[in-house]
Design a protein around this ligand. Sequence first.
Ligand code: UFG
Length: 328
Amino acid sequence: MHILVTGGAGYIGSHAVKLFLERGHDVWIYDNLCFGHRAAVPADRLIVGDLNEPHRIDQVLLQHRIDAVVHFAAFTYVGESVQHPAKYWQNNVVNTLNLMECLRRHKVARFVFSSTAATFGTPEQMPITEQTPQKPINPYGASKLTVERILADYSQAYQWGFAALRYFNAAGARADGSIGEDHTPETHLIPLIIQAAMGKRPHIEIFGTDYPTPDGTCVRDYIHVDDLAEAHLLTLEKLQPGQAMHYNLGNGRGYSVREVIAAVEAVTGKKVPIKEGPRRAGDPPVLVASSDKIQKELGWKPRYTDINAIVETAWNWHRAHPKGYKDK
Ligand code: UFG
């Protein structure tokens, strides 16, 4: 397949690109490098461009005879989306629509979309299945759900085959230590704990210790980034014209913030200084996925089911790259 990967120089995108290339696909990365990293992808596969430049996208589609798109490019900070909603509607919805219109003109009708657990808001019933009502509670989740709905319309009207993949908490790094997680600013739990373990931060602050969970801290479903990459490839290979796929991607098991800190301590052999703080606004107490549907329908099976194994890959990356990609 000739695959265009938007946001392919980002955290999840770069892991997907590596896998697609390994499996023999012709892969082109379209990334404006606002958050992506040049060093995370092969230089001869990278096209630096923005989604608000339709003429450039047109060129790329023609030149590389693209027949499928995997769309990672987006803004993903929940808190920022509450402060600056226009930024999220513009980039995550308007720019995605620009891209979709280019694809329609060029008759590219296979599309895999990075959606999120944030489209569900704060459901009461766990685990979260594909039947769970989607009621986002912030502009980030709302912007992703809007694209899911636009895709459903395109699928009906233009016979697009699409997959909306709702990631839970993406974590870990490529097992060979070549690429990993480097966000600026970093807000994600596992890299922050590792930085505290390495002495690069004074402590990890636990956001809330009074949640209705066994140890009072939030519970999340951590899924390895390479398992996410596999899910993208599987859906791409199975998509048929007019087909709409919706899948939740997690391990089906939740870990509390304290359990994740314990996992980092076990893997690194270092004590992590802790500060107990107040709740972070908008954090649901528990988010755990059921991924039975993709397991049954496509045979997807996560290889990393143990939190220590996930943390170990993240630790290998951070140990080898204490300053990340050093480009921001
Ligand atoms: N946490 C802390 N201290 C920190 C950072 C995080 O205690 O310094 C806690 C959070 O409160 C949360 C858990 O660790 O309970 C995980 O937090 P992350 O920020 O790593 O991840 P989130 O669950 O907030 O966010 C993830 C994705 C988002 C997505 C969201 C869906 O990163 O893109 O899940 O709810 F929108």
